[in-house]
Design a protein around this ligand. Structure first.
Ligand code: SPV
Ligand code: MG
Length: 555
């Protein structure tokens, strides 16, 4: 029995854009190219189901607000073509006007088009700078031999063997008649053109169909029925035409739509009247492939730590800062143009924390930053940090960061907490003594000192876990191993331990006045290990005016 399955790893050979266009030009069916003039219109052409794009010189120029007279340079056009090509998978036939100069300019253009995966170029037998075919009468034509040389030069220069060169005959446009058109078309075919575009500005297709009858199948024949649009398309099919170009209709449709909407908004001074009739913003996202970016972000960006929470304690006023906290809580004090809390929240989110809950109290309405959730401790004036934390009890779940609302620290400290083992991990500054020295005397300065199982060591091999014995603002100097930064990380089990301890404190009546040091000390006394990550400075808190000055310098 034969099983018709493609063997794993065997890919269907990719048909290049140049090969796709060549197939359209040489196929026995009538094919169509639709005008586009930028990335989005090119996408719309592909989305509609067209198998090829006409990058119209008229429409590209118009989109830039210039005339179809080579006012935009070929490199400016090339830039847009690159966007159009990158945005689509179907081939683009570029309207290359006269080739932007002589054979030498034209071959340079073609090399660049091949580099950008453009499938073909159409060049017309007029003079540079060109004039649109529908303007004026008797436009001068290029010398036949000169134009044949140009065709040969571009065919010799294409780096993709299936790139197509369409030679456009303007003899009928310029009033030279059928014989001249045929003479030219045959010469261009002999010079190597892959197809002939016979252009006409008559209201009927009579002259282009007469051309086709005489020219026969000497080369694929391409039409642009802009002026003879009333001719039934089947007529082209029966005549054996290769390809029809709908040359400028997206640009014209866009002009009509933009005019209508712009004028209406001006008149009505409102968007209400147009909203229903225009593309949605979501349409724009879809057309430009936002979904792919979202997928790619999942693949390539570091994933936010699954469900990591943070609870930030920001209920207190910060009396020691005096006038500065008269109208707002300490965490909202401006530090170099941003509230302290905003900087902290940014650090947490950049570190992979998904949800940040801020416990508010004093002047709570002032804490209104985007991207945070809030809970309130309305008894902030008579309660301490443990009571504030208990207000966020249901947010202490899974992996959770606890932070004072007045600290700033370098990102890597959070990374180290996440990397550390242990259900409860606290960041402890071993350089507490240096902080004392640089801070100077200040009786309002309350610090959370830590007595640990082992002091900080610089010994590289010494990596046994260090645990907290006691956390207190009132330790004997020889017991102090460091200062707690006001930053801790809880594992899911650690979150549960903290919730249970807060409930126990509520029951035994100690919750209201306790600080977080007592919470951790209680847990340590019960035999739960509180792991220490030693850091060496690189953080600060803002308790006093001196701290505020240092915070500005820190940034
Ligand atoms: C274009 O679309 O720019 C063309 C076709 O060259 S036409 O405007 O009909 O000449
Ligand atoms: Mg043109």
């Amino acid at each position: 029995m034969t099983v018709n399955v493609k063997p794993a790893g065997v890919q269907r050979p990719r048909v290049t854009k140049a090969a796709q266009l060549r197939r359209l030009l040489t196929s026995s069916n009538l094919e169509f190219l639709m005008e586009a003039h930028d990335g989005i219109s090119a996408k719309i052409v592909e989305e509609a189901g067209f198998r090829g794009i006409w990058a119209s010189g008229l429409a590209l120029s118009a989109a830039l607000g210039v005339r179809d007279n080579n006012e935009a340079s070929w490199t400016q056009i090339l830039e847009i073509l690159e966007f159009m090509s990158d945005a689509t998978t179907i081939p683009i036939l570029v309207d290359g006007d006269t080739g932007y100069g002589n054979f030498n300019n034209a071959r340079r253009v073609v090399r660049k088009l091949c580099q950008r995966n453009i499938a073909g170029i159409c060049i017309e037998d007029k003079l540079f700078p060109k004039t649109n075919s529908f303007i004026g009468e008797g436009q001068p034509l290029a010398d036949v031999d000169e134009f044949c040389g140009k065709i040969k030069a571009v065919k010799d220069s294409q780096t993709d063997p299936e790139f197509s060169v369409v030679a456009r005959v303007e003899a009928l446009i310029s009033g030279w008649g059928l014989d001249e058109a045929l003479r030219r078309a045959r010469a261009y075919r002999d010079a190597g053109a892959d197809a002939i575009l016979i252009h006409s500005k008559q209201r009927t297709a009579d002259e282009v169909l007469a051309f086709k009858r005489e020219f026969g199948d000497a080369a694929p024949v391409v039409l642009v029925p802009t002026k003879y649009y009333e001719t039934p398309t089947d007529g082209f099919r029966q005549a054996g035409i290769s390809t029809v170009i709908w040359a400028n209709h997206n640009m014209r449709a866009a002009i009509t739509a933009m005019r209508e909407v712009t004028r209406r908004i001006l008149r009505e001074e409102s968007l209400a009247g147009v909203e229903e009739s225009i593309a949605t913003v979501k349409d724009i996202f879809e057309l430009t492939g936002d979904e792919e970016l979202a997928e790619a972000e999942k693949r390539y960006l570091p994933s936010p730590k699954e469900g990591t929470q943070a609870v930030v304690l920001a209920a207190s006023r910060g009396m020691a800062l005096g006038k500065l906290t008269e109208g707002k809580p300490k965490c909202m004090i401006d530090v170099r143009g941003q509230p302290l809390l905003r900087r902290l929240v940014t650090t947490l989110k950049e570190g992979g924390v998904r949800d940040v809950t801020v416990v508010r109290g004093y002047r709570k309405e002032m804490i209104n930053l985007p991207g945070i959730q809030t809970v309130d401790n309305d008894l902030y004036a008579s309660t301490g940090e443990a009571a504030s934390l208990a207000c966020a009890m249901d947010r202490i779940r899974g992996e959770c960061v606890l932070a004072y609302g007045d600290i700033l620290f370098r990102h890597y400290i959070l990374d180290r907490l996440f990397a550390a083992s242990g259900d409860i991990v606290v960041a402890v500054d071993a350089l507490w003594h240096e902080r004392t020295m640089s801070h100077g005397e200040d009786e309002n300065w309350v610090r959370d000192f830590v007595f640990c199982s082992r002091p900080f060591s610089t010994n590289y091999l010494d990596d046994d876990p260090v645990v907290v014995r006691r956390l207190d603002s009132d330790l004997a100097e020889d017991e102090i191993c460091g200062e707690w930064m006001g930053l801790a990380k809880l594992s899911p089990a650690g979150s549960e331990l903290v919730r249970n301890e807060l409930s126990a404190m509520k029951t035994d009546g100690t919750l209201q006045r306790a600080g977080l040091p007592s919470l951790f000390s209680r847990l340590a006394e019960r035999g739960h290990e509180i792991h220490v990550v030693y850091v060496a400075g690189q953080w600060l808190d803002v308790d006093t005016a001196t701290d505020l000055t240092q915070a500005c310098e820190f940034l």
